[in-house]
Design a protein around this ligand. Structure first.
Ligand SMILES: [Mg+2]
Length: 266
């Protein structure tokens, strides 16, 4: 006769065998950064706050003909006016992309852009249209990168997809106003040379971005020309004080807890 104890042991063996056969489900932690960008109305409120503040500041910065948002370019100028905006997380939100595009590559980003409709950052279209009404041109300086695509004769098909993306959020633009990495030989991930390019023909009155590099040169862990030294957490904090008068006064930063140059500096 089988004892109660034996029955318990046999049952336990079968239970363990069943557990061994079933693959262990990984416990996935929620990514609070992506959840926040995707669902927090706080994010949308901050974006609206940034762009409505900038819209109010337009009158003063347009009127001050000696003002420039680019350090070193102050002084009287009669050039046409411009603002410079980054694209990802400044004009369009990439929360869907962050959820689906692992591992990231420029090629996969290009393909994703072709097949997904842009999510607008709140307030940006209203701002750009208000700026245009005051005669201020908008340039888009993005680290989307020119990469030839097989079967496509365009050397930079990413430019058209970026223009289309910006159009989807209600901002009409063209190739002269969208500046990508690799479009010119000296246009690399360091955005300084592209800001200087716009400044050759325009008085730049405002900068917009979600990354420190959209404002401050040489703020990336992997330096690109003309920068030679890797940025550090300490060097970035130092720059915060150097340029303290610009924040909210010509420089307007949007939040991005999901990715950015801040993640790789030490
Ligand atoms: Mg960005």
């Amino acid at each position: 006769m089988i004892s109660t104890r034996s029955v318990t042991i046999i049952a336990s063996v079968f239970t363990l065998a069943a557990c061994a056969a079933k693959p262990v489900e990984p416990v996935s932690e929620p990514d609070h950064a992506i959840l926040w960008a995707a669902h927090a109305v706080e994010y949308q409120a901050i974006s609206m706050q940034v762009y409505s503040q900038a819209t109010r500041d337009l009158r003063e910065l347009v009127a001050n003909s000696s003002w420039s948002a680019l350090p070193g370019h102050e002084g009287p100028s009669n050039k046409p006016l411009a603002v410079i905006l980054d694209v990802d997380e400044t004009v369009t939100s990439g929360v869907d992309m962050e959820l689906t595009l692992e591992p990231f590559s420029n090629r996969r980003q290009f393909e994703w852009n072709l097949s997904h409709k842009a999510i607008p950052v709140r307030g940006v279209a209203e701002f750009v249209n208000a700026a245009k009404k005051r005669g201020v041109d908008a340039f888009f300086v993005t680290n989307h990168t020119c990469i030839p695509v097989e079967g496509n004769s365009d050397p930079c098909p990413q430019e058209k997809s970026t223009i289309d993306k910006i159009g989807e959020v209600g901002i009409e633009t063209d190739a002269d106003h969208v500046l990508l990495v690799g479009e010119n030989p000296d246009w690399n991930k360091e955005k300084l040379s592209r800001r200087e390019y716009v400044a050759e023909t325009h008085r730049v009155i405002m900068l917009f971005g979600d990354d420190y590099g959209d404002f401050v040169a040489c703020s990336r862990a992997k330096p690109s020309a003309p920068c030679t030294t890797p940025a550090t957490r300490a060097s970035r904090i130092e720059a915060l004080d150097t340029y303290k008068d610009y924040w909210g006064n010509g420089w307007y930063i949007l939040p991005n807890p999901m990715y950015g140059s801040w993640t790789s500096v030490q």
